[in-house]
Ligand binder design. Structure first.
Ligand code: FMN
Length: 138
């Protein structure tokens, strides 16, 4: 079966609170189980960085819904590619809350990424997490 991975960043609605985040996470997980989508959602208080992986049509449908969702804006697709296998097979959507400070954010995400993840993917994710939380450009 063909699989696609898509990574985007977005800007959270300014008044998004902990309950909103919890709602996003819970409903994302529930619906991703049904849709066969797995991935990782990183939130640093102002920005989201999300990787979603699954059947191409499921990912395309999700991106349409994400674009209509007023809880975030300025969605920018950072990477979209066909993959052989999933990087996050056990995560229907893992939420990782990181600091707005890039050094702390880097440490948190490094600790939380699965051991089995390929080195280039790990490095890219750490770099992008640093970027949403600080000084490095994407
Ligand atoms: C940052 C963020 C991440 C989200 N991640 C997912 C996700 O992984 N899966 C999902 O089904 N919905 C996710 N959502 C919710 C969708 O944008 C959308 O609200 C939901 O799929 C229901 O869409 P509908 O009301 O158009 O049916 C996310 C929303 C936000 C703001």
């Amino acid at each position: 079966m063909s699989l696609k991975s898509l990574t985007y960043t977005s800007l959270a609605r300014l008044d998004l609170d902990a309950d909103d985040l919890e709602n996003i996470h819970r409903s994302a997980r529930d619906s991703n189980v049904i849709e066969g989508i797995t991935g990782l959602l990183i939130f640093n208080g102002t920005h989201f960085l999300q990787i979603v992986e699954g059947a191409p049509h499921a990912i395309d449908d999700l991106v349409e819904r994400l674009r209509r969702d007023p809880r975030h804006s300025a969605i920018e697709i950072r990477e979209e590619r066909e993959i052989e296998e999933r990087c996050f097979p056990d995560w229907s959507m893992e939420l990782v809350r990181v600091s707005g400070s890039y050094l702390e954010a880097k440490e948190t995400i490094s600790d939380r990424l699965p051991e089995a993840i390929a080195q280039p993917v790990r490095e890219r994710l750490i770099r992008m997490t640093e970027a949403i939380s600080g000084t490095v450009s994407l």
